[in-house]
Design a protein around this ligand. Structure first.
Ligand code: 0O2
Length: 356
């Protein structure tokens, strides 16, 4: 049986509450604040709720709450104030101090029982949730600390810096090849197949977070073997057909190997994401060796990039209201953007034909 402490200086009130509650709970009684604190000390872990009168001689209800706060007991059980006539100010003051609810006199049996039951359920559910959140936050913190330590360790290794230098080199290599193609295009056809190239070397923290998340060992060999996106390039084109032309020109170069291709333009993701992805193995030329390195190359139009960048930002926003509606709106935008891409391409074709 759960234990409830009734604190009231009027015996009749205490007895009345006992009669209402004793079927369901073990009842402890105290006639003033000092007695209440003593009883709580004795039954601290067994007490499931405290019913507390405010106006009492010796030590009143507010002083009891202050004492419980001082002792760090407020998170142990809910406190319900049993009151005669109290003003809104008094109720507010109690709520601010952490009181769970009020039961006004005269007491009605079912009101008292339900109020106590609800306050206890709410209190313990909230406590449980808080504990879970705290546990998860601690686990995350621990995990982050481990990743940080591993990151620092590996960062200090000369061979890690060497590996990063090699990934940086493959970014430069692919960038150069794309720029050469762009230059040739602008000479031959008076236009550029891409507008911009964005490149990034994955940060050490993201590398180790991804290895951990996917359950791979945190070693240099593992980075090489398991991660294909340490070197990343995003090629932003004006029109969809430029994407395919440029991708073909790059990937058919005789020393480039296509490791993986994903065409999210022909087969968009369910959320509306569109882009053409390649994992390429590309040679870099070092002082005494030729080495193949992986690079992730994403081709998109300006419009696809606009959509993906915004969607990516929104994805990381927590606690978004009406998330389903937002997902639907983003999908609608992706459809409009696709239509726009092909309309713009059609306009360009018309202009090109009228020039001939
Ligand atoms: P970030 O933060 O951009 O680096 P992988 O886990 O990479 O080995 P995956 O996820 O199957 O394999 O590869 P995929 O589908 O080719 O996606 C690789 C990258 O494409 C992602 O990298 C994103 O950059 C981008 N991408 C894929 N799907 C979406 C999407 O729905 N929306 C947006 N905005 N971008 C997408 P990361 O590592 O997931 O993220």
């Amino acid at each position: 049986m759960q234990r409830i402490l009734v604190v009231d200086d009027v015996e009749v009130n205490r007895e009345l509450l006992r009669c209402i509650l004793e079927d369901e709970y073990a009842i402890e009684m105290a006639s003033n604040g000092i007695e209440a604190v003593q009883k709580l000390q004795k039954f601290l872990d067994e007490t499931a709720a405290v019913l507390l009168d405010l106006q009492m001689p010796i030590m009143d209800g507010f002083a009891v709450i202050a004492e419980l706060k001082e002792r760090g007991w407020m998170h142990k059980f809910p406190i319900l104030v049993i009151s005669g006539e109290y003003s809104i100010e008094v109720e507010n003051r109690c709520l601010e101090l952490g009181v769970s609810d009020f039961i006004h006199k005269p007491f009605g049996n079912s009101v008292v029982r339900n109020r106590i039951k609800n306050a206890m359920e709410l209190f313990f559910t909230r406590n449980q949730l808080e504990r879970k959140v705290q546990e998860q936050a601690e686990a995350l913190k621990e995990q982050n600390e481990i990743i940080q330590i591993q990151t620092e360790k590996l960062k200090q290794e000369k061979s890690f810096n060497r590996l990063m230098m090699e990934y940086h080199s493959v970014i430069m290599e692919v960038e150069t090849r794309l720029k050469v193609l762009n230059g040739e295009f602008s000479q031959e056809y008076n236009r550029n197949p891409f507008e911009a190239i964005k490149s990034r070397l994955k940060s050490p923290a993201s590398i180790f977070e991804k290895l951990e998340r996917k359950g791979y060992p945190v070693t240099l060999e593992s980075i090489r073997e398991n991660l294909t996106d340490v070197a990343g390039l995003r090629v932003i084109c004006s029109f969809p057909d430029d994407i395919y032309r440029l991708a073909e020109l790059l990937t058919k170069q005789d020393d480039i190997i296509i490791v993986r291709e994903k065409d999210y333009i022909k087969n968009p993701k369910p959320n509306g994401y569109r882009s053409l992805h390649f994992i390429l193995s590309v040679p870099i030329f070092l002082s005494n060796e030729k080495k193949y390195m992986n690079a992730e190359v994403q081709f998109r139009t300006i419009a696809m990039d606009f959509w993906a960048s915004l969607e990516h930002k929104l994805k990381y926003k927590k606690n978004v209201d009406r998330a389903d509606e937002i997902v639907g709106m983003l999908k609608d935008c992706a459809v409009s953007i696709e239509a726009l891409d092909y309309q713009m391409q059609e306009i360009r074709n018309k202009i090109d034909r009228s020039r001939q």
